[in-house]
Design a protein around this ligand. Sequence first.
Ligand code: ARG
Length: 584
Amino acid sequence: MDKILDLISQRVADGFAGAGYDAGFGKVTVSNRPDLCEYQCNGAMPAAKTYHKAPIQIAEEVAAAVAGDEAFSEVQAVKPGFLNLRLNPEWLAAYLEQMRTAERFGVAKDPAAGTVVVDYGGANVAKPLHIGHLRSAIIGESIKRIQHFFGNETIGDTHLGDWGLQMGLVIAALQDQQPELCYFDPAFTGPYPEEAPFTISDLERIYPAASARSKTDEDFARKAHDATYELQQGRPGYLAIWKHIMAVSKADLRKNYDRLGVHFEVWLGESDAQSYIPPMLDDMKARGILVQSEGAQVIEVQEPTDTKEVPPCIIMKSDGATLYATTDLATIRQRMQTWDPRRILYVVDKRQSLHFEQVFRAARKAGLVKPATELRHIGYGTMNGKDGKPFKTRAGGVMRLETLINEITDFVRAKVEENKLVTGDEIEDTTAKIALAALKYGDLMNAPTKDYIFDIDRFAAFEGNTGPYILYTIVRIKSILARYGAWEDIPVQSPLTGEAKDLMLALTRLAEVLEAAYRDDAPNLICAYVYELAGCANKFYHETRILTEEDPEKQKGYIALIGLTKRVLEACIDLLGFSAPEKM
Ligand code: ARG
């Protein structure tokens, strides 16, 4: 289905052509003076230069040419040469009816759609999931859903940090505390126990303690490094512990991500990339792109057009150790071999932007991707506390994600109970949905790169630009529709009165907004849109007697309109990664 702006532009372009001017001047935009008109065309101004005429004269001729067009109820030429346009409600209703019956509201898929890998989540196994990773999960899930909406096959990969020093730290600490365990007995030939010798709460204690100790206790730090090295070399007892850590951590991560409505197609990690490193290194050597630099092997990635220094991408240190970048490059190789994606998106803290710049350049130099393969880092800013500093617990520590989710849930549950929004069995489901909307919308309404302040009072408010307000609007429409009865098959039709116009116009903008959100990796545009749409819906609801309307045809028009509004709002919040309850 064509976007409304394109349809209107086409008609105005025809008007320019009909009046003897170049059709290229007929570009229409949404009015920046909504008090005067709905759409406008400024093409007469540049046309005046080309044709050496007064702009108002051209505008008047074009207005006359367009005047009879069924799409418009008003076409006005105003000084110095604007064309002010209002749409005919009948024509608008017909457009909305097309939207209502089309699949995906008539939003066109990306003609170049293919496979897209979204790398998000990025939790580090053995370390507790903390709120530093929250934004990646929230933004990544939404980005993935948007990519999918436009027809791409999407693969969300959580890319666990599961192969680093944190593993060695846990192993060294365990060995210190329980040296008698079979995992540490070199003579033990297995099989190793099925059951892990620790729980997730143990791990949450062991890792921070070990990490702190390694900073002051040199001997321990060396043991942790050695354990990491031996693990990576495949020492069986250490591998067995590593598997336990993985199982225990993954179960916990899954639980948290489930609560966030975040789901990964694959749970691969840094460890899965390791087998791709040796052939990749051979390949790099054969291409002659590995350079010796201070004992390390690097790939130069500086380009002549750079205005700042881009340091080389270090592939291997002098002691043979590989790095974060090496793993990311090997992961690209793995993804290309497994899925051959057209695009890989990384939803990772913006402080890693230099890392990704180096990795992407190195990947191209190494021929790991095709020239057309897009590699994009979607860097996000920090979630701050009210003091403007990175969000912390009251005690000043790093907050665990689970704690944060629990706090929001408790806060919302208290409101739900106090206002008796629902009762009994429904309390938990409604609470969970509102809490998730508060948390996600509070994040996604900001452009990803922006830092933002986490403010539970503001995010969970039922009024203002918040997730719960959007849900409230949807629930309210649901209740009107439920009281009306079967509404799904009623066509959007005129007569729709003046009050409906803003809502109708807002609905027509869906395709444009979603396309921009897709193009710019910007879920915040969808938030701004649902807020606007919800505002129009509430205004319409206040100004119109819907259920008591006596003219049944008119009432049908109203019902179809709010039915479409509900579906559009629900589709949008689904792209944001949350959903509305039945009641609230
Ligand atoms: N585990 C990393 C961290 O905590 C994030 C991983 C991001 N993804 C990637 N492919 N590097 O910083």
